[in-house]
Structures are given as structure tokens and as C-alpha cells.
Design a protein around this ligand. Sequence first.
Ligand code: ADP
Ligand code: MG
Ligand code: MG
Length: 200
Amino acid sequence: MAQRDAEFIRRWLEAAAEAVARDASRLTELDSAIGDADHGSNMRRGFAAVVATLADQPPTDPGGTLRVAGRTLISTVGGAAGPLYGTLLRSAGKALGDDPVVDDERLAEALRAGVDGVASLGGAAVGDKTMVDALLPAVSALPDYPAARQAAEEGAAATVPLRARKGRASYLGDRSTGHLDPGAASSALLIGALADAAAA
Ligand code: ADP
Ligand code: MG
Ligand code: MG
């Protein structure tokens, strides 16, 4: 089983930053249908800050890298997604402690703890039409990275017919149906970036 170090986490988050920058206008369009049209700019700003912070003062262990990244998202992104993704990374980082390398099973467990953190902060379960719909099946499939990518994409696509029960989109009630949830779409990008980092 592959061993993962701080450099691996940094490559993942850099790939995630590239993906959200590339797809920022699509994420904002999705958020304009059922939210306030800022998800792409929120994500782009937050992940650019993560990349800058990690380049400036790179922690030497994967847990520390995740904790710094999470803290950066929380402090730079207003709106729901910043604290939620920040909690995902911070809780995962806490679960890893300060070990210099971790294996894929340990990283998978840490990311599951991260998604638990998201669910308890936001109170969302699968089916509520949020990022949890993509994240939970994805981390359940880890450490099979290609399966996690597929699960995230399918989980995101499955939000289209759902009625939102959490977040801003829930204010729309039945009018939130028929649209892809923006946070589930960005989660699929983050998991795709993780799978890319693992395949590199
Ligand atoms: P805001 O809604 O504050 O403008 P964003 O547009 O950046 O924040 O993020 C919206 C996304 O955040 C939603 O598409 C959804 O996936 C996610 N989200 C919102 N509230 C919750 C929640 N309580 N639990 C989980 N995810 C949530
Ligand atoms: Mg928004
Ligand atoms: Mg907003």
C-alpha cells in the first residue's frame, strides 16, 4: 500500500485549486440557479489561498498540511462552503496527528473522519442535496481512488432531482429540484483531484 507524505497532500490540494479555478464559472452558474452565485469565486479564492499558504510555509507532515489548509479555507472563505471544506480538511488532519507518512488506509480513515466533521457541522445527511451527497460515498470507496472518483461524480449527479434540505438552496423548497448542487459539484472536483494525485 502506498505511503503518503506532506508532498502528496500538497499535490492533491494544488490539483484541486487548478480544478476549481478552471471550473469556477460553472460552479457559480450552478449556484446562481439555487443559491447566490458565489460558489465558484468562493472556492477559487479559498484554494488559491491554500496553495499560497502551503508554498510559503509548508508543514512537513500530511496531518499538519491538512490542518493548515483547513484553517486557511475557514479564514478566507465567507459563506457555507469555507467552514465546511475547512472542517473536512482540519478534522482529517487532526485524525492523522503528526506522523510524517501515512498509508492509504489511514488516509482514507482520516478523510472519513473529515466527512463526519462536515456532517456534524452542517447537519446534512446523504439525500439533503449538499456536498455530503458526493463526499460520503467517495470516502466510503477509499482507498480505491478511481472508485472514489466515480462515487463522487455519481453522488453529485444524483442531487439533480432532489429537494434541498440544508443551506441556502433549501429556502427554495420544491424549486430547488432539477438542479445540480454546486457544493456536490465542487466535491466531485476535489475527489477527482485526489484520484489524479494518487495516479501520478
Ligand atoms: P453560500 O451558500 O453561503 O453562498 P457556497 O455557495 O460557497 O456558500 O456553498 C454552497 C454549497 O454549500 C451548497 O451547494 C451545499 O453543497 C453546501 N452546503 C450548504 N449548507 C450546507 C450544510 N448545512 N451541510 C452541508 N453542505 C452544505
Ligand atoms: Mg453561494
Ligand atoms: Mg454566499
